[in-house]
Write a new protein. Structure first.
Length: 79
């Protein structure tokens, strides 16, 4: 009969602390997030991420320019 008993799960807190996962400051690009257009500073739209080459493909919603950024370029800006 002991085989059918369920083990008691450890009680996890019901509160999630989001303070330690604070967003990056405004104006600082983040990998995987849209980046402003390099031509007109318009709003960028993320089209596709290539996880193998680590490249983001984006386009501008204002001037319709297409551009791409690598993860190394984004991390170089963060440094």
């Amino acid at each position: 009969m002991g085989l059918l008993r369920r083990k008691r799960a450890a009680h996890l807190p019901h509160v999630i602390d989001l303070r330690e996962h604070a967003a990056a400051p405004i104006g600082r690009p983040r990998w995987g997030s849209p980046v402003p257009c390099p031509e007109c500073s318009g709003r960028g739209y993320l089209d596709h991420i290539d996880p193998f080459k680590e490249i983001m493909y984006l386009h501008c919603t204002q001037c319709e320019a297409k551009y791409q950024l690598s993860k190394a370029e984004i991390e170089g800006v963060d440094a």
